[in-house]
Write a protein that binds this ligand. Sequence first.
Ligand code: CU
Length: 487
Amino acid sequence: MLTRRAVILGTLAASASLRTIAQAQNPPAGGPDRNAPPRTILQLQRRNIVVNGKPASVYGIRQPDGTFGIMTDVGKPFRVRVENGIDEPSLIHWHGLTPPWQQDGVPGISGPPIPPGGTADYDFPLRFGGTFWMHSHQGLQEQLLMAAPLIIHDQRDRRDQQEIIVMLADFSFTPPDQIFAELKKSGSKAQPAAQAGPPPIATKASMGGMAQMGGAAKPDLNDVKYDAFLANDRTLADPEVIKVEPGGRMLLRIINSSSMSAYHIDLGALNGELIAVDGFPVAPITARNFPIAVAQRLDIRLAIPRASGAYPVLAVLEGEQRQTGIILAAGNAPVARIPDLAKTPSTALTLDLESRLRAIRPLASRKADRVHTINLTGDMAKYIWSLNNVAWTPEVPPLPIANGERVELILVNQTGMPHPMHLHGHEFQVVEIDGKRFAGAVRDTVLVPPRRRVVIAFDANNPGWWAFHCHLLYHLDAGMFTTLRYV
Ligand SMILES: [Cu+2]
């Protein structure tokens, strides 16, 4: 997310609107193309939800028939018109997709934001299927739920399975600008204490310092204290209850659209089979608990028992007891109220699962043509976040790479906080953790916990100007962002 100044600069610098670019790439030859499939309309809008019994005005991305986001099929073009129905500029990023760079939805990089009342058109091929999502990359709109699912069906999807999308989000009644201002003012100290906060808030900045000095301090987690955690817009006080068939097969598509919060997915008594991360297939792993960092997705197959029963799918906040979730109701079993605190605090996310993941379709084995080391840096007390000690401004030169290269990024976390790092426009493979090489998952967002080193590899096969950043919203806005550019 860019600062307002950056957005204005980007708007001034951009020579063409997105709409112009999209049309230039699909010039109408003698009038409208009658064979082209119709465009899907996505409306950016204000909407009202109820959180903890109180009304809340948030954003949404919906089709005219009320559908949130998009469900489509691999091989079909992504032909979309975004209509900005809110009273400020906006721009939507198709998280995990690989469009031409001008259609990537990052204001000031891909193109200008869409003004209120304006539209932008998108048209590009979908190279692969899976669970993706869309969200505003403008300002702090993501915190107000300007996000939606983006599901691309492919040959992996079985006819006999029921699909269930679970969108996780963190919610505060405090306006995002104010959350950010308070973080800036005094690091995490300005935030009220959590109900079940592990360390006293006043020590958090110093703990970050300890971790920076190489101490084995606990990681610094959850620097914003939220009012609620939502699963499909609802809390466990009034959760979504989804009817399922006893003995039925489910595919859970879990999307962590939270601005700042990671979770442990807790399937209770049920074993789940993890078959994809960030949309890309992995060798299946069976478990009852799976970690999910900000912006990541998990595709989990579940078999519902033959007996009637209520089966919660919970997401427990990292390092705390607070939880959210949905309930799968099989048959006519009663649905009990689930408390919004788990029995015990969860742990911090680790790389244990990441190190066990193996891509079904790994990148071709190849030596890197170019390697960039990117230190994840920052100052918790001042709430400055940066890459290689540079907080991003539009003047920061892009990292050089060249078309056709195999590129490796060495990510070294020198801070006391975990950072989920996201590359735009390319899928990458996790190829090393702390010096151990392996053919890990192909994905678009990888968690780098404090003091850990993760290496990712990708093929530079989509020329343009691309963002690379921490997906924690307030870290991103503080400058933990850079770009790569090649032609
Ligand atoms: Cu971060």
